[in-house]
Design a protein around this ligand. Structure first.
Ligand code: AMP
Length: 228
């Protein structure tokens, strides 16, 4: 199976698909958004600086995020099957990631672009509620994505929270940041021939089927399931 690198507009469903892959296969999930939110939650000075950027829909600096990801990749993800969720988000990040992967000898990768309209992504962001313990996300606008008990995580039993950047106003800025800084990466990977595009505005089963077909280098989807 291939390592997965997600490129997507905000709230396209990177986290939800990552959860699915972690639950069913041997993937390790690295979400740069979660990493940054953990730093914010720690109350550190750096966390305060990060919070100011996230809350206004801006990106943290390439220098900082590359340093954080490089350390994780080399120390925790090396030798494992991994998902990068939220990195790279700029062209310099993508170029640096290539350099890191080459230096680590990691070549079996697929970049997955999640295709979603602005309208749908806005609905997914504004309706999203997240578990502060396990980061699982739910959505109040979709019955199939709602928790069993209103406002409570199915897995952890703790109260769900709204992300500070999931308001309609901040979402608009995040989307614009995506158009300006992240969308150019799509061409970068297209030219390298490793980009797969998946329409995520379909049922979870349909999306899962497409994901499986692009992460498998052989026809082994069922055999490699964790539960088997
Ligand atoms: P996410 O959880 O992926 O939606 O990320 C939440 C926020 O964290 C983004 O809107 C950015 O402010 C910040 N962030 C996450 N990943 C990156 C990255 N690779 N580069 C810069 N900022 C990032």
């Amino acid at each position: 199976m291939k390592n997965v690198i997600f490129i997507a507009p905000p709230a396209a469903g990177k986290g939800t698909i990552s959860d699915y892959l972690v639950k069913n296969f041997d993937y390790v999930h690295l979400s740069t958004g979660d990493m940054l939110r953990n730093e914010v939650a720690s109350g550190s000075l750096l966390g305060k600086e990060i919070d100011a950027l996230i809350s206004k829909g801006a990106l943290v600096s390439d220098e900082l995020i590359i340093k954080l990801v490089e350390s994780k990749l080399k120390n925790e993800l090396f030798g494992k099957l991994f998902i990068l969720d939220g990195f790279p988000r700029t062209l310099p990040q993508a170029e640096k990631l290539d350099e890191m992967l080459i230096s680590m000898g990691v070549t079996n990768n697929v970049v997955i672009y999640l295709d979603v309209t602005l309208e749908e992504a806005t609905k997914r962001a504004v309706g999203r509620i997240v578990c502060p313990k396990c980061s699982r996300s739910y959505n109040v606008y979709y019955k199939e994505a709602s928790p069993l008990v209103e406002g409570i995580c199915d897995d952890c039993g703790v109260a769900l929270e709204k992300r500070s950047d999931d308001t309609e106003e901040t979402f608009k800025k995040r989307y614009q940041t995506y158009l300006d800084s992240t969308s150019p990466i799509i061409n970068y990977y297209k030219q390298k021939g490793i980009l797969e595009s998946i329409n995520v505005m379909r049922t979870q089963n349909e999306v899962a089927k497409d994901i499986l077909s692009v992460i498998n280098d052989e026809n082994v989807s069922v055999k490699r399931r964790k539960s088997d």
